[in-house]
Design a protein around this ligand. Structure first.
Ligand code: NAD
Length: 425
């Protein structure tokens, strides 16, 4: 990615790190956070940049740039995904690492935050090239990751196979099998049952809680979903099964819409076969921009960052905005949504089902004892419901919106343990 892209995003108010930090600053101010602690929590603990030579299939050697940012360790080992993509930047990884710290704290699970990424175009690479890239990246970071240090997981363009390669590379160096070094592994390789669906299931759980607050029933609740990947697709399926009316869903090329409700299993079958929703025969086509502005009770942006901005926030017509993606709403859009009375379930709460289940996977790996899926789902429900109630109660008590409440709650928890551990020695 050209270096200036970060600058353009800053000018547009879309720099993800600035976007996250503006919420952090606002929440810290409202908390009257001790200035010493403020300075500590405002920055990541450490950042690594690695240059990864990879032997390509055509016989040449390509050098890729990879990052791992470990934002905070106060509450436990750092935790966070690894993403691959041509647009990966250190700023983005830094923002996502901090988000993980706040997310784990909101969920009250014993992890800090981290994130990693490699600048590459996975669609242009063979499986063997991706394997070499992943193994070499792991080897470069071998001293700083581990079950007690930093536990990666899948994110955009990485998957269970990527985690299996990382686990194997780490284990080769440790000279014994270390399953708890990553989460999001295949179930047959010490992964957790229910992990694949956990982020989508978490979305269902928090939306269930939110509609209960508004006295709505699922059958009378129209849901619009941007994105139909792991988060959007799974949330769509589970919500359809729970009786919600999913009126629109999209992928990167555009979406489909039917006010009467889409047949989600059929839509997902079509997507699996055709790899796109384009030309789906049983609903009207709609663009991603139009989709976000549809009238509905629940809007779930589950694709990517910066979808709801100062440009379109005044045209968003949902009652509940449940953020599946990380950072789908810019800080400038927050105020507009608040004025319009939209009930926001912020990303650090709404999409935390995945990391919660990752925590369960790490626990199971360390016990060497694996739970049945119903137990995983039951515990996920307990954690997500309790966190939803914590955030809503905090918002009501402090008279702030849910996003700022989530940040305040998280910063409060991280600051408290930081002080308990002592940073002044
Ligand atoms: P994915 O790659 O499985 O799916 C992404 C979906 O969004 C696809 O349907 C894709 O076509 C669509 N998309 C991508 N770019 C788009 C664009 N510019 N406009 C419209 N649609 C676009 O990814 P995922 O795992 O579902 O993750 C989606 C988001 O959720 C990301 O922000 C990710 O960081 C976040 N998230 C994922 C998890 C998880 O467990 N997978 C957990 C927490 C947060």
């Amino acid at each position: 990615m050209p270096a200036y892209v970060d600058d353009i995003r800053v000018i547009r108010g879309e720099n993800p790190f600035e976007s996250m930090m503006s919420r952090f600053d606002h929440a810290a101010k409202l908390l009257d956070l001790n200035p010493d602690l403020y300075r500590v929590l405002r920055v990541p603990n450490r950042e690594f940049t690695v240059y990864i030579p990879v032997f390509m299939d055509n016989g040449s050697i390509e050098v890729f740039t990879g990052y791992r940012v470990q934002h905070n360790f106060a509450r436990g080992p750092a935790k966070g995904g690894i993403l691959y993509g041509p647009d990966v930047s250190l700023d983005e990884i830094r923002a996502l690492a901090a988000w993980m710290t706040w997310k784990c704290a909101v969920l009250n699970i014993p992890f800090g935050g981290a994130k990693g990424g490699i600048i590459c175009d996975p669609n242009q690479m063979s499986n063997l090239e991706l394997e070499r890239l992943t193994r070499r990246y792991t080897a470069e970071l071998i001293d700083v990751i581990g079950p007690e240090r930093d536990v990666p997981a899948p994110d955009m363009n990485t998957n269970e196979q990527t985690m299996a390669w990382i686990m194997d590379t780490y284990s080769m160096h440790a000279r014994h099998t270390v399953t708890a070094v990553v989460t999001g592994k295949p179930v047959d390789l010490s992964g957790s049952r229910g992990r694949r669906e956990a982020t989508g299931r978490g979305m269902l759980i928090v939306v269930n809680e939110a509609i209960r607050k508004f006295g709505l029933q699922p059958a009378a609740t129209r849901v619009v979903i941007q994105g139909s990947g792991n988060v959007g697709g799974t949330a769509a399926l589970l919500m359809h099964q729970a009786g919600y009316r999913i009126t629109a869903i999209s992928d990167i090329h555009g979406g489909i819409y039917d006010e009467r409700g889409l047949d989600i299993p059929e839509v997902l079958d079509y997507l699996a076969t055709h790899k796109t929703l384009e030309k789906y025969p049983n609903a009207a086509p709609i663009s991603n921009h139009e989709l976000l502005e549809l009238e509905c009770e629940v809007l779930i942006p589950a694709a990517t960052e910066n979808q709801i901005t100062s440009q379109n926030a005044s045209r968003i017509k949902c009652r509940i905005l449940a953020e599946g993606a990380n950072g789908p709403t810019t800080a400038a859009a927050d105020d507009i949504l608040e004025q319009r009375g939209v009930f926001v379930i912020p990303d650090i709460l709404a999409n935390a089902g995945g990391v919660t289940c990752s925590y369960f996977e790490w626990v199971q790996d360390r016990m060497g004892y694996f739970w049945k899926e119903s137990l995983v789902n039951e515990r996920l429900q307990d954690v997500m419901e309790a966190s939803f109630q914590d955030v809503v109660k905090y918002a009501e008590t402090h008279k702030v919106n849910n996003r700022i409440a989530a940040y305040m709650l998280a910063i409060d928890r991280v600051a408290y343990v930081t002080q308990l551990r002592g940073i002044y020695a």
